[in-house]
Design a protein around this ligand. Sequence first.
Ligand SMILES: C[S@@+](CC[C@H](N)C(=O)[O-])C[C@H]1O[C@@H](n2cnc3c(N)ncnc32)[C@H](O)[C@@H]1O
Length: 255
Amino acid sequence: MPTRIKQFIKRVVEKYKSPMIPIHWIKTDQNSWLSQQFNFAFIKPEKSIYSSRIEKLSEQTNQLGVQPLWEGYAGNNVGGLTRAPDDVRTVASMGNLYTFLVQKCKPNIIVEFGTAFGVSGMYFLAGIESNGTGKLLTFEPNDVWAKLAKNNLYQISDRFDCILGTFEVNIDSSLPQGQCIDMAFIDAIHTKEFVIPQLEIVVAKSSSGAIIILDDINFSDNMRECWKEVSTDSRFSASAELGERVGILELKRLG
Ligand SMILES: C[S@@+](CC[C@H](N)C(=O)[O-])C[C@H]1O[C@@H](n2cnc3c(N)ncnc32)[C@H](O)[C@@H]1O
């Protein structure tokens, strides 16, 4: 079955199924911040006051139709040279969970890559805006997508920078001097060859106890292998799977 059709079916199923998200721990320690937030087998993320606006903006963006994929995908492009905005977005229930995490963790700096059309970014930004503090640095090399994303993000908050370019090339010049990453969302090219070096940059620039989220951990055998490796890495005090798609890590606290 073509990838587009599979993604469409998955989206419809995700839209209508119960938004209960199962949590499967790979490793945990009772002192970790994450295990204190999620002490049940499932989490049911509540909608925030921004949720309906985010979904409306996402729907309007999707109605614009397919948009050109970034040329940097080259051989990693499965599914053609264009994507509809809904093909690449984070689903609402997971987005609400990201807003919840930001509200609880109150990070100063959240880093996200890629932005795509700004859907996951809007959910992170909703948490920042309701905290009244923090900043989202979101990276996107596709200029067409980044422009649409910026318009969406501004409807939620102006506490963000949307950087046109890749995370790897631009993080040094974008991270404010003396500041660290407190939360990161890695959602770019889903292969181990890209994700591991990106994760290493994130870890090197993160604060003690930072939360790192990886999307599409079950995208392929290659991504499953990647997740197996990072989720058992001794630098993390906790790691868990949120549903079938998202992996979450907590960096060990120093001292
Ligand atoms: C799956 S989409 C992101 C979806 C978005 N996070 C959301 O949930 O709404 C992946 C995006 O990553 C971008 N991308 C690919 N490699 C990147 C990199 N090295 N740095 C930043 N963005 C990248 C792509 O252009 C694409 O827009």
